[in-house]
Design a protein around this ligand. Structure first.
Ligand code: CO
Length: 212
């Protein structure tokens, strides 16, 4: 019974949203039904407090979105790679935004040393980032500041991971207009901060990852 009421509220919310979009002349359903042409791919955390469209002030049809726990871009994640391939090669997005957020539960969990179940195997990818920057992270005493710094460094590494993919490197090789940006969200203010970690070519990847 409780579930039914919950669903009812979701459906009512949908009606409100339909009215809102119908009244918005720049983003009507008839236009959306014809197809999508977003310029942005957003890769963010699954956290309920960081909705891509709301945070960027974008309407339906303007942002292609992939979200998972702690906004990870893992080399062999077929879900992420499929989204990336479609966004870059079919939609021809111009910007990819990797958006971390302070207070990220996934990042905090990866620092805790505790077991949480199957998710521990996913969190190991964040621990890989921690290991890479252990000296810097360990020098921070405050546990929240430690986690927040790891949030930033994790974004940096996920941006790097995207750049290493054949999908992104081939787009650059073909002179496609594509920039990959690292950003972080302050949940308490809603601000999206540029981490000044933008890549537009594979020049900075080094000999290990840059394809010739
Ligand atoms: Co998070």
């Amino acid at each position: 019974m409780e579930n039914k009421e919950g669903l009812q509220k979701i459906l009512e919310g949908n009606k409100d949203w339909m009215n809102f979009v119908r009244n918005d002349k720049t983003s009507r359903f008839e236009q959306l039904a014809k197809g999508q042409n977003p310029e942005i791919l957003w890769i963010g955390c699954a956290d309920s407090r960081v909705p891509a469209n709301e945070i960027t002030g974008k309407k339906p049809g303007e942002v292609f979105v992939h979200r998972n726990i702690a906004n990870m871009c893992i080399h062999s994640d077929m879900s992420m790679l499929s989204v990336l391939d479609y966004a870059v090669n079919i939609l021809k997005v111009k910007h990819i935004i990797v958006a971390g957020h302070y207070g990220c539960g996934g990042v905090a969990a990866s620092l805790s040393g505790k077991q949480f179940g199957i998710i521990d195997n996913w969190l190991s990818h964040i621990k890989d980032v921690y290991r890479l920057y252990a000296k810097e992270i360990d020098a921070i005493d405050d546990i929240e500041k430690k986690a927040d710094r790891l949030v930033e460094l994790n974004v940096k590494e996920q941006v790097f991971n995207l750049c290493t993919t054949s999908i992104v490197q081939n787009a650059w090789k073909n002179n496609q207009d594509l920039a990959i940006h690292g950003t972080v969200i302050h949940i308490g203010t809603g601000e999206l901060v540029d981490l000044n970690n933008t890549f537009t070519s594979n020049e900075a990847l080094g000999k290990v990852f840059a394809f010739k």
